[in-house]
Design a protein around this ligand. Sequence first.
Ligand code: PEP
Ligand code: MN
Length: 339
Amino acid sequence: MIVIMKPGASEQDVCHVVELVKDYGLKEHVIVGTNRTVIACLGDKRNVDKGAIENAAGVERIVPILAPYKIASREVKKEYTQIKIGDKGFPLGGKKVGVIAGPCSVENETQLLQTADKVAAAGCIGLRAGAFKPRTSPYSFQGLGVEGLKILGKAKEQTGLAVITEVVAVEHIEIVAEYVDILQIGARNMQHYPLLEALGKIKKPVLLKRGMSAQLDEFLLAAEYIINAGNSQVILCERGIRTFEEYVRNTLALAMVPELKEKTHLPVVVDPSHGTGHAHLVPAMCRAAVAAGADGLLIECHPDPEHALSDGAQSITPQALAELMQQIKAIAKAIGRDA
Ligand code: PEP
Ligand code: MN
């Protein structure tokens, strides 16, 4: 349930309600809005005396949360959440569409630093590359691990871009968080609950990819795991789902974007690279994603896609990225946003 405070409720009123809620064995999550504060109350409500809470000073009313996910829901928070990205604090989820690009994997220092410069020059806000790679085959390139993180650290220093990389295991979280600004949870780990909970304990944004067979509720419940564990900086990423169709690697579900923007206040980004598997389809899907209301894009970009150690077929070149950025800016402008 949500306790909605009156617009003029004092901090003392809010604290009192929080104490009451805790007395009933519920967990509280206070959301301070521009107009009023609301308190989401989570847990078993059978023994709660709603009347007592409703009578407390500063309380306007109590309403149930109907969605299975709670704190991630727009029933609790109507205003969209903006998450500050990197040292420059780019507000993802605001008016400006943020583009994050980079190679699927960190392959070596030259490859990453050169790509990073091009990504920055194209006007992107972030650089993404994998150091720990969750590959389908154990014989495929598995990433450079900690060496890759160090190279990502250098790229961040060199360009000032926000840096993002995937974390595949709970025991890697500490070291990954030391080098990067945003930690990615890959599609294969969307329901790895101990990993989600462990990422709920860190103070950095988490980019959560939709599982390849996950439904909207499951996706948002995975986000809820992270928020419930203490980290509300969750960015959602639509990256396509597995269907019977074979002309694409995954079927990019762009209708998910406006539906998520209806259901949740969290920022939504789209990954058209994994969402199609083919570089020639990426620009059109980027344009469509922005037109559909995505807050950002995650694009695989490689200086020499033919020789990439992973996902070359879906990687666009830095030159294609620069051209695409101009189109993205034009589409963003047409719908009252910037890029
Ligand atoms: C990736 O981002 O390189 C990746 C492995 O993506 P996904 O988890 O969406 O398959
Ligand atoms: Mn990839």
